[in-house]
Design a protein around this ligand. Structure first.
Ligand code: RIB
Length: 295
């Protein structure tokens, strides 16, 4: 029986537009194809884990506002069989939103956290007592810094394993790193987190630091630098590819797969994620990933 997966993080509404031109300061341009769909790094990771799981329970701890977006965000999590019993609806608050511009197959994102800022230690820490040693916690950085820090400390006491996806970047107390089972920055977050080169950082954190490199796959260190290649795919929208990777990684690790196999599984899942519009639009099912890996 696999361990539980608990995602503590943001749940937002993504408002995505495509454009052929990025506006200069003070300029207005026309865009096209408005897409309004649930997103937020935490919710994307929860949906990824829930679609890819075998027998794990996937929980989400987070918050939405008491607005129409909040209802849609919760419905979406429930439709994907994410356990939402620890989600709060905050009265008088807006749900988080992400304002996404797609331009030349890449994205620019402004996040307004709103209700996500109410996910504070006093809300989260009591809930953690419900889980058992060996269960997996996954966090990102669209929730208050004090919560991420307090959860890492508490998880260490409770024997819960933390996967921290340090996105978006903000400085991280290096002392906390020792208490994290896995850290999963992308290349630019890795550069900002460590004073040393990526190779040196990998060697300093064997089997703990996993750097995602987009079309190049992912790297980690196990006696030597290990590269796990990405799978070729047709890119439509890269939004949420990292979240799909993280959700899949948590599923595979909670099943007891080796780190290398878990990263292969996560690379395969994220190769599906980029083939459709929206952060959650391309997240594959378990059957799709298993079939692709067995080819
Ligand atoms: O990682 C992608 C996510 O980042 C989007 O869904 C958006 O909500 C932003 O938070």
């Amino acid at each position: 029986m696999a361990h539980k997966i608990i995602i503590i993080g943001s749940a937002s509404m993504d408002l995505t537009v495509q454009t052929q031109m990025i506006p200069e300061q003070g300029e207005t341009v026309l865009g096209e194809n408005l897409l309004m769909a649930p997103g937020g790094k935490g919710a994307n990771q929860a949906v990824s884990a829930a679609r890819l799981k075998r027998d794990q329970d996937v929980y989400m701890i987070g918050a939405v506002g008491d607005d129409a977006f909040g209802k849609q965000i919760l419905d979406n999590l429930q439709q994907h069989c994410v356990n939402t019993q620890y989600m709060q609806t905050v009265e008088g608050e807006h749900s988080g939103t992400a304002h996404i511009t797609l331009f030349e197959q890449d994205n620019r994102i402004i996040v307004v956290p709103a209700a996500n800022n109410t996910i504070l230690p006093e809300v989260v820490l009591p809930i953690l007592q419900q889980f058992e040693p060996g269960d997996f916690i996954m966090m990102q950085q669209e929730i208050p810094e004090e919560t991420v820090e307090a959860v890492i400390e508490e998880a260490a006491l409770l024997g819960l394993k933390v996967i921290l996806n340090p996105a978006p970047y903000r400085p991280l107390d290096k002392k906390l790193l020792d208490k994290v089972a896995y850290l999963t920055p992308n290349e630019s977050e890795c550069r900002q987190l460590f004073d040393e080169s990526m190779d040196d950082a990998l060697a300093q954190h064997p089997n703990q630091l996993i750097v995602t490199l987009g079309a190049e796959g992912a790297v980690y260190f196990d006696e030597t630098r290990q590269t796990v290649p990405a799978y070729p795919c047709e890119v439509v929208d890269t939004t949420g590819a990292g979240d799909t990777f993280n959700g899949a990684l948590a599923v595979a690790l909670s099943e007891g797969q080796s780190l290398e196999t878990a990263i292969q599984f996560a690379n395969s899942a994220s190769s599906f994620a980029v083939t459709a519009l929206g952060a959650q639009g391309g997240i594959p099912t378990r059957e799709e990933v298993d079939e692709a890996l067995n080819k």
